[in-house]
Design a protein around this ligand. Structure first.
Ligand code: NAI
Length: 338
């Protein structure tokens, strides 16, 4: 029997699944900690063999030191930027993730952001809520006939390609590892990045962030993008240099942005926070202020890293995490990372 601690369940809407988890991990001793994993809350898992946590828990060397018995760190997410896999390796902690749970879910959110922009959904709703049913300023544009450039044709990108085609869009794509069979099946063609920039009326980003993709859209190449392009990013904020977004908006290269992710996702609640020492250490102030400007722009639609957040996707996350935990303690680790 292993001791397993789940963090942050309540914080992402799975607080009511505690009995379900116990039932499906019945060979093990389960503890729930409602907060995210921090240096302080890690002490609550000091005797745990395994932890399950979410993206707001930064699993690093110092945090791992607080849990000396730990054998498995299971992130309940696909992305694992928040897990220091080298530190895990050093401490002989296996790390695992949930490689797929929201492929359709994230792509649906990306389409949602795109339709929000193309059909001016937010101003339309805001106006009618105020009793104003005039159409002035609410004319949108069709997706049919437009070209969408998809950066990254992995699990999410390929769903995006299917959905875009259903709207009658022409799909082109860029990927370091082109999958020609997929391109044939989904009827899209791969083009070099600059060509995608030149041709796309819409760009949707579905790449992982790594040293090659960090700032793949940046101040040096943003001017190669077709004027009036709509940029959708539901992948990682660091894929797009924040300053390039501002330059692009200022120069009309981007007519609108739909962002589920920001480069430095350190939310600011009140301006005095900016003066706090801890805040300055953890956040890039310049980037943060630029993002603050983005928040106030009428043609920028930001959602709070919410693309994964559907009932069905959350259950897939939970079921895969349960499977990861059961399998690991049966001696068959699954979905290991790093
Ligand atoms: P995936 O791994 O299935 O696909 C990524 C694609 O990017 C692959 O086709 C790969 O060949 C390509 N790629 C990798 N390195 C590249 C490079 N250097 N240059 C060009 N192409 C490269 O990933 P998946 O599942 O489609 O997810 C994409 C991203 O979406 C994740 O990495 C994550 O950052 C983000 N995500 C965001 C969520 C949200 O709630 N906003 C939820 C889940 C994922």
């Amino acid at each position: 029997m292993a001791a397993i601690t789940f963090f942050e369940l309540d914080q992402f809407g799975l607080g009511d699944k505690k009995d379900y988890i116990k039932e499906h991990l019945k060979k093990h001793n389960i503890t729930f900690v409602n907060e995210q994993l921090t240096e302080k809350t890690a002490l609550k898992a000091k005797d745990s063999d395994a932890i399950a946590f979410f993206i707001y828990s930064k699993v690093n060397d110092s945090l791992l030191s607080k849990m000396p018995k730990l054998k498995l760190a299971a992130t309940m997410s696909t992305g694992f930027d928040h897990v220091d896999t080298a530190a895990c390796k050093k401490k002989k902690v296996t790390a695992c993730n949930v490689p797929a749970y929201g492929e359709n879910t994230v792509a649906e959110h990306a389409i949602g952001l795109l339709l929000t922009i193309s059909r001016k959904i937010i101003p339309s709703v805001e106006q009618t809520r105020k009793g104003n049913f005039e159409l002035t300023g609410l004319r949108g544009f069709d997706l049919k006939g437009k070209t969408i450039g998809i950066l990254g044709t992995g699990r999410i990108g390929r769903h995006m390609a299917h959905y875009a085609q259903a709207f009658g869009m022409t799909v082109i794509a860029y990927d370091a590892f082109p999958n020609e069979a997929l391109a044939k099946e989904c009827k899209f063609s791969y083009v070099p990045l600059d060509e995608l920039f030149k041709q796309s009326d819409v760009i949707s980003v579905h790449l992982p962030e790594n040293k090659d993709t960090h700032h793949i859209i940046n101040t040096k190449n943003v001017r190669n993008i077709k004027k009036g392009c709509v940029l959708i990013n539901t992948a990682r904020g660091g894929l797009v240099e924040t300053e390039a977004l501002l330059v692009g908006l200022k120069e009309g290269i981007f007519s609108a942005l739909g962002l589920d992710v920001l480069e430095e996702e350190c939310a600011i609640k009140e301006e005095p926070q900016l003066l706090h020492e801890t805040f300055q250490k953890t956040c890039d102030l310049k980037t943060l202020l630029e993002e603050h400007m983005l928040l106030e722009m009428p043609n920028v639609y930001i959602t709070p890293h919410n693309a994964f957040n559907s009932t069905e996707a959350l259950m897939r996350i939970l079921d895969t995490t349960i499977d990861n935990l059961n399998s690991f303690f049966e001696g068959v680790p699954k979905n290991t990372i790093g």
